[in-house]
Write a protein that binds this ligand. Sequence first.
Ligand SMILES: Nc1ncnc2c1ncn2[C@@H]1O[C@H](COP(=O)(O)OP(=O)(O)OP(=O)(O)O)[C@@H](O)[C@H]1O
Length: 555
Amino acid sequence: MPKDSALSQPPVSYTSSSDDESIIIPPFPQILANFWLGEKLGAGYSGSIFKATHVHNGQVVALKVQHTSHENLTNRYERNFYPMIQGGVGMPTLWAAGVEGCWDYLAIDLLGSSLDSLYRKSGKDTMDLGSVCSIAMQVIERLEFMHGRGLLHRDIQLGNCVVGLPPNHKTIYMIDFGFSKRYIDPYTHRHISDSKAKRDFIGNYWFSSVGVHCRGKVPSRRDDLEAAALMLIHLLTPRGLPWTRHGVPKSEEAHDMLKRQKQRVRIEDLCRGIPSEFEEFLRYCRRLKFQDTPDYGKWIDEFRELAIAEGFSGNADFIWPPPLKLVHAPRRSQAPTPEDLKRILDDLKKLDLGDRNVLGDRSNIKEAVRNAKEDVLGRDNNSSKTRTTGTNTPKNGDETEMDVTSVPPPFMSPKAYKLSKLTGQVSKATDNHALAAKVTEFIAVMKSNTSRTLTKDGFGFLDALYKQLAEPSVFITPMRTSRSKDAPVQNPDPHVKLGVVARLRSEVTQARSNRRLADMVRDFGNVTNRSTGRTVTKDGFAFLEGLAQQLEVLA
Ligand SMILES: Nc1ncnc2c1ncn2[C@@H]1O[C@H](COP(=O)(O)OP(=O)(O)OP(=O)(O)O)[C@@H](O)[C@H]1O
């Protein structure tokens, strides 16, 4: 729905857009339901929204006012949904709702500027990555909350994400539930059903999903998430998403053209030049099935890790205007590339050092890169210890259990750092007792994180554990050490994962050899990798705990 910029003006009259041209809409009243109408904050299709003050108790709210003759009274819908979302972070409180005379009103928390307005006022071509990552984390969290309450938003856009007023100015709020809908039937508690029949489009031109907007599909949770993905990509793309560049379509033809453009554009073209997480997120949303529950936690973690890797704090707080980066870190690179080193050496060579022409020797570039990588991954004990806080005493000259709590390098997330340290340690473990300790630590790291997703570092740990259990001297091809962008979800049926993991859980304490445990670790890694969310479930943790116990039994 179109948004006006904030205007400071007294209440004005407007004409109904209903078919009945004869209806004359009176000017907005000065007082409505004991609220004194002040500054106009915005206007939409169905009415206007004012800053308003309660005449008795002085409470200041945002009052959404619509004439009861309007053909599409969104207030009537919205007031049904507010009770479902009360108490959630970033969900406005509904203070009052009703009809007085010919005016329908909703009194909600007074909030700050919309992301749309902040972005426009910044005058910049794109929004900074740190802010976009925090928008990503917060919006995904809001959707997780709404969806958890059985509600779809169905109109995700920058104008419907607003910041709070101090002290809540770092929180993004969702507003405008005029298009919202329950996707869980309140009587049967079942997910609404899909339909092949094309339906009228509900949503907005820029960010509504391709399925809903271009193919007339029934919206579900995946579509709210896809709209969020498109919104994030829009913020990072100079001049925005390609189909937003010609303004709102003014004819059916123009709208059809926009839909064609939206539908045809390749995801890799849409996301060229921006961090791959956004492309992966959009692909993920498009792969979800109609009734799938999105793995919100995994994507919140991904955007947090991206922010940290890019030198931002990784905190979800939305701070505007954006603060400077904490550090300038090479993106996700654990060591300088050969090209970087060559350039540095070339630059150094240009220095005038008189007769001491010792720089510019490139013969050691590969060696230097390898050493730097080993240093970062902690394989070289001496150099890794200089990178940690070093408050722990090494046990038997090796890294201690406490090493995984040391401070990560700025370009690694704490979870990734701890897991890569554990992977190094499990590869060096020489008996079952030591392996059991590492499995227990692995469980602790996984449980301490908000997301229980197995990332590539988690899979790296399982690979190393498998190798140690199967045959310490044999090289094993990794189960999964990097993400393939186009890798299809081979078996997204969560029930397969649940069945296999439950079996592993019950059988692990019967295993009588390390070889058998190795097979179980491999099966656990494979089935988790094939599942949509790659989340370690309750059964998964129980399996890992059983594994640690059984290793002690077999020690
Ligand atoms: N609680 C609020 N506090 C401050 N400003 C608000 C608030 N709610 C809305 N606004 C401003 O008013 C604009 C329009 O609000 P909103 O999206 O709820 O109305 P709308 O698009 O007219 O909705 P509808 O489609 O139901 O008519 C927003 O973009 C925002 O700038």
